[in-house]
Structures are given as structure tokens and as C-alpha cells.
Design a protein around this ligand. Sequence first.
Ligand code: F0G
Length: 359
Amino acid sequence: FSKLRGRGVWRYKELIAGKYKNIVSINEGNTPLIRSSNINDNLYFKFEGLNPTGSFKDRGMTVAVSSAVSLNYKTVIAASTGNTAASAAAYAARAGIKSFIVLPKGKVALGKLAQSILYGSVILEVDGSFDVAMDAVMRLYKDLKVVYPLNSFNPWRLEGQKTIAFEIAEELGVPDNVIVPVGNAGNIYAIWKGFNELVKTGVINTIPRMIGIQAEGASPIATAIVKGKDSPDFVENPDTVATAIRIGKPVNWQKAMKAIRESNGTAIAVSDSEILDAQKTLARKEGIGAEPASAAALAGYIKAINEKVVDKDEKTVLILTGHSLKDPDSMTKAEAKRILVNPLHMEKIILGEINGSNS
Ligand code: F0G
């Protein structure tokens, strides 16, 4: 690591496969690894919400869009639950090429949709889940050779995302556990691949256990892992408040199950109420705002400790994949005191709050 120069994803360019004539970057990566101050001393948050468009997707998008441009593509496409769309839209704009995004209508968090509008993508909405949008993109890019696909079956996406592992190893060494929310299942594999490559090059000599978290209503991989099955049963109508991971048919399920099993890890399903509680805990105990899918990692950590799958003395990193501002509706679900006041008489209310005598 000491020989590397620069910051962010391209700091690790020697470890990123592929050749790129042009690099399309918005200074992604180099996200903070924040140590927990009020939950557990051995817990760290890798806050991917601080990437240029507010999610880890930017790490993959800088590499994939650089690849598209290097291959002279003028058009890109991605199916998305929202974050891939926002990221694809931004990087395509930066590259000066056209982007199409395919979204499940009515199931994308407001912040993400707003980003895609702002960055100028053409938005195609389908009546159906992400899985329907994904199938459509898989069919389309094979027939329509002029569009370059930016979903995570594109290997360059995962090449960029594996730098999450590099940054963790460089800053912290090798933790005992890395906990990752799982949707289309590319990211957990990418991070595992990153740690493995560091072992192969002799930088580290062991890898963390990879623990995948899914929402109960969209948990094909967690169910298969818990039941010890070789392959998942896909979920026909996935549902969860964590719309980012509302996916029933993860494209990268094989890769994710390999990463989990070969790292001696596991997968856990958490309920929507556990996710929303964890989102609030993270905000109110640590001052960190993450979207529900990301908070699922904390919900999973709490469950893993309760079920003695993880020990509280083990060094554990949660990947907080996206920023809370992505999903304003989920934030406003947390209960809050909002009091209509006479501006001239606020003193009594404030003192009442401080002394606990208002309620
Ligand atoms: N967390 C967030 C905030 C996400 O947006 C996603 C995926 C994941 C976790 C899961 O990552 O798919 O690699 O297992 N979002 C995709 C999208 C599906 O379209 O934005 P994964």
C-alpha cells in the first residue's frame, strides 16, 4: 500500500483489471471508516453514503463508464432500484453520453428518482418489480448492440466496488467480519474478491467472514444459506421498506453464495421494523444517516450478536451503502417531537423538555 499514490478508487488502478483510454471520475471512494462511539467499540461503519451520488455504486460506475467510453459507446443503460440509476446518470453526464435507466414504477425512493431527473437520464418505468426491469435490460443489451449495460453482471462494476476491501484493509487491517446488505448480490462478492486478491498478492494473510443481510420480504439468498441449499428459490413478489434491496431474483446469487460460504460467513434476514429501528439507532446514537437498506446491516449485526453468530469482541465492519437523504420518506417515519410554539413563549416549552415535565 505504501507505494500507492492518490485517493479513492483509482489509487488502486494497478489492482483493477482492464485497460482504460479515458477515465471518467468524480473523485469517488476514499470514504470514511467511522468507529462506533455509542454502540460497540469494536464496530466500524464504512460510510459509502459519502460518495459523489451518495452510494457505493459510484465506485463501480467510474470503472464501468470508463470502460464504455474506452470502447466508444455513446449510450448506456441500467435497471435499478434507484441508486445504480442515479450513479449511472451522473457518470454518463460526466462522460457526455446518453443514459437510459429502467425503474420499477412507484418503488424508487424520492431522492434517487430526483437525482436521475437532475442528471438528465431518460427514465423508463416498468409496471413490476426490479426483477422485471432487470430481465428487460438483459434481453435488450444482447439484441441492441449500441447500448452498454451498467448493471452488476458487468464485471467492471465489481472491479470498482472491490476497492471497498482495499480501503478497509489499508486503514484497519483485516476485520473479523464484514456485514453487507444484499440485493442483486454483486457487492458482497466484489468486497470478498478484493480481500482475496490482497491475500494472493501477499498484502494480508487472511480474509474476514462475509455476512450478507437481506430484508425478510426479499430474502432468497439468506433463506438458501440458512437452509443449506445449493441454490435459492426466487421470490415472485419481493417487498420491503428497504426499496434498494427489494429484489427477488438476484442476478449474482451464485457469486454471493460462493463469497459467503468460502469465507465461512453467513446470511441473515431482518424484518422491516428491525431495519427502521436500526436506521434510527444509527442516527440517534452515532449521528450517521443511512438509508434503510444500509441500516439493514446494523439490524443484521444486532441479530447476529443476539444469536451468537458474531461476538461483540470481534472487529466488525458494516458497509453503510447509501445516504439517508436518498429516502426522505423513510426518515420521516421515525417519531419526532414537533411542537407548534408562540415565538415569544418558547422558554417554558424548552425548560419543560429539559426537565421532562412537558408530557
Ligand atoms: N444497499 C443499497 C443502498 C443499494 O442501493 C443496493 C443495491 C444494495 C445495498 C445491494 O447491493 O445489489 O450489490 O447486492 N442497489 C441496486 C440499485 C440494486 O439498482 O441501485 P447489491
